[in-house]
Design a protein around this ligand. Structure first.
Ligand SMILES: [Zn+2]
Length: 396
């Protein structure tokens, strides 16, 4: 579990599935209308069955049985059986604010370099000897953009380089990656909560019953399921993403927010959008904590999942079933509380959330816009310089 190149070979931070529990919003809407207590699309199948029973008149009994089974295994929201252990080792958690600030800083440095390069290119234009100018332009080009022929060909055709960044990396055959992901996830979760998980809990890696989602928590059977991730170029990334999704799903079971409230119709308890957001926030925060434990930074990065894409989706106003907003809230809690346990507690304690979380998200949105603006500027500058150099190299 090694190379930094693993991270570099990711298409981009934004391509991470983060927490791959997305449900197409439409099917999820339907699910929540059919069965208000079910906040998650991934329980559609189960709850369709339960609703059918409810219609037949026996539903309350069935629901109460579910509730007490669930509470026996997981506790209740007010009195959870599992909390974050004081003895678990948690590495510092990377927040959206930190990542965006860092990115903006490096983009500023890059911009300075680009402006300096731009000035040099301007100087070249004044050299009247054609051969000298071409030679210097070529050197400058290759120093900044890579081998002239290759790069020029790509930028002309816009085709992918064969064997380039998106090609699958060599299989690492790392013995650690041969371990079942279920085992790794269980171990990480048990260390995090400082106790054994209920016997009844099973971790599965395999088919998720609803198309397009990466994970599924079934509270009836206490099963956390993750689809084996294969979207990343690196085996290590896929492996730990799957482990992380299992962590997210257990986060749903541990928090047990809507499950413990199946028989309630009060605004806080019913499965409104706000309820789903709150539970997703708890699951995202839980996964983040699961992923904060490994010593290797790469492993931490993949297990925690990159939530930036989700957070930015929420900032852009894109609506889903609650995951994007939940991710933004969880991140805001980690930003407000330097103690990650306090952040988890802030998210999972019943009652109103601290309005300061919204302030953090609003400030993050400003950072996001700033980051996009400077990156777009740099991109334009970069392309312009490349074009000017090319025109100096190529025969007129
Ligand atoms: Zn979720």
């Amino acid at each position: 579990m090694s190379s930094i190149s693993v991270r570099n070979s990711l298409p981009s931070a934004a391509a991470s599935p983060g927490d791959r529990t997305e449900v197409p919003s439409e099917s999820n809407e339907n699910a929540s209308q059919a069965a208000p207590a079910s906040h998650r699309g991934r329980k559609i199948a189960t709850w369709t069955a339960v609703s059918a029973v409810a219609l037949a008149g026996a539903g309350r009994v069935a629901e109460h049985a579910v509730v007490s089974n669930f509470e026996a295994s997981w506790g209740t929201l007010e009195s959870p059986r599992f909390t974050i252990s004081e003895t678990a080792t948690l590495h510092p958690i990377s927040t959206y604010r930190e990542r965006a600030t860092e990115l903006i800083e490096s983009a500023r440095t890059w911009k300075k370099e680009l402006l300096a390069l731009d000035a040099k290119v301007g100087d070249l234009s004044s050299i009247s000897d054609l051969e000298t100018r071409r030679g210097l332009a070529r050197t400058l080009y290759e120093k900044n953009f890579g081998p002239y022929e290759t790069v020029a060909a790509i930028s002309n055709s816009e085709e992918e380089v064969p064997g380039g960044a998106l090609a699958k990396s060599e299989t690492t055959k790392d013995p650690i990656l041969q371990r079942p992901q279920q085992e790794v996830a269980r171990e990480l979760v048990e260390t995090l909560v400082g106790q054994k998980l209920p016997e009844v809990l099973s971790f599965e890696v395999g088919d998720v019953p609803i198309e397009g989602i990466g994970g599924f928590a079934n509270s009836l059977t206490s099963t956390a399921t993750a689809e084996a991730c294969n979207i990343f170029p690196s085996e290590e990334a896929n492996y730990y993403e799957t482990v992380g999704v299992l962590g997210h799903e257990v986060g749903h079971l541990v928090f047990g927010f809507s499950e413990s409230k199946l028989d309630s119709w009060t605004p806080w308890n019913a499965a409104t959008y706000g309820t789903r957001v709150r539970e997703e926030a708890a699951a995202v925060a839980f996964r983040t904590l699961v992923g904060a434990q490994p010593d290797d930074p790469q492993t931490r990065f993949f297990v925690s999942g990159d939530t930036s894409r989700l957070i930015e989706e929420f900032m852009d106003g894109k609506l889903d079933y609650g995951l994007a907003e939940g991710a933004a809230l969880a991140d805001a809690a980690f930003t407000l509380h330097s103690d990650p346990r306090a952040a988890y507690k802030a998210i999972t304690t019943p009652g109103e959330l601290d309005p300061a979380l919204r302030t953090v998200i609003a400030a993050n949105r400003e950072l996001c816009l700033q980051q996009r603006a400077i990156l777009a500027e740099n991109q334009q500058l970069h392309e312009r310089i490349q074009k000017r150099l090319k025109s100096l190299i190529e025969p007129q």
